[in-house]
Ligand binder design. Structure first.
Ligand SMILES: [Zn+2]
Length: 139
């Protein structure tokens, strides 16, 4: 599905204006209306499935995944079943996650303390990055 015109005034003068809740946002140059598109084709679907399954493996709950990628927790649990994803040590640790800009990410990583005694994964999310972090040796 390609977006070709503003849903409000039908003007074709629309521009991309960032990502909101993992959805591409557009702004109409004619009437300034902002709108988002849920999913744009199969390629993005695969992208979201992979993201959701990665997060699931990292210990996040279905509802947390729903909040992060904007796909319903029911859909996420269906994907987990469909792809037969099984995570180890279910519930043994719980990671924290933050969605940050590239600049914030660079600042975080300059701090050695931040990197010590913890595991983490950095994953691209829209025009930002998600940092998932967990303490390795927590009781
Ligand atoms: Zn418009």
């Amino acid at each position: 599905m390609k977006i070709e015109s503003c849903p409000k005034c039908r003007s074709p003068k629309i521009i991309k204006s960032g990502i909101v809740n993992s959805r591409q946002r557009y702004t109409c140059k004619q009437c300034s209306y902002n709108f988002t598109v849920d999913k744009i084709g199969k390629k993005i679907d695969d992208y979201y499935i992979t993201k959701a399954l990665q997060l699931y493996l990292e210990g996040l709950s279905y509802r947390e995944i729903e909040r992060i990628i904007g796909v319903s927790h029911v859909t996420v649990s269906n994907w987990v079943r469909h792809y037969k994803i099984k995570r180890l040590n279910d519930g043994m640790y719980h990671p924290t996650y933050r969605i940050i800009t590239h600049q914030e990410l660079v600042e975080q990583l300059k701090n050695k303390e931040f990197l010590t005694g913890a595991g983490m994964i950095i994953t691209e999310l829209g025009d930002k990055f998600m940092l998932i972090k967990w303490e390795r040796f927590r009781d």
